[in-house]
Design a protein around this ligand. Sequence first.
Ligand SMILES: [Zn+2]
Length: 132
Amino acid sequence: MSERLEKPSDEVLRDKVLALEAGDVMKAYRGRPGCMCGCLGEYFVTEAAREDAGEETGYPYDDNQVDDGKVRRILQKIQREIRAGNPTVDIEDGLYYAYVENEAGSRCWAIYPWEPAKERLKERRARVAQAR
Ligand SMILES: [Zn+2]
């Protein structure tokens, strides 16, 4: 069996998220748990990743959603909760997202790292090119 097929351990995933900086994040979310379309909260993108984020989501982000500071604060919030051992921390195996809720379950935060998104966009562009 190839090592690449093995599921990374929770600890490995947590360490990866703890090592992220704002520049590694494509978009960040804060809102109420539930639907993640944006009806219960807000998405923010970094200036650098804005274009990729728009392509990934399927529509462009507004100027007021481009906010490196808010992306950084949401990332730091998730990193604090990981260090505190918050049991709701959920990190996708491919590191497409990291998600956490507060204790009351009334608020949630998520970040979407840029590198895995870039890979997905590359695959999507290749499929589109092939279909032509
Ligand atoms: Zn919704």
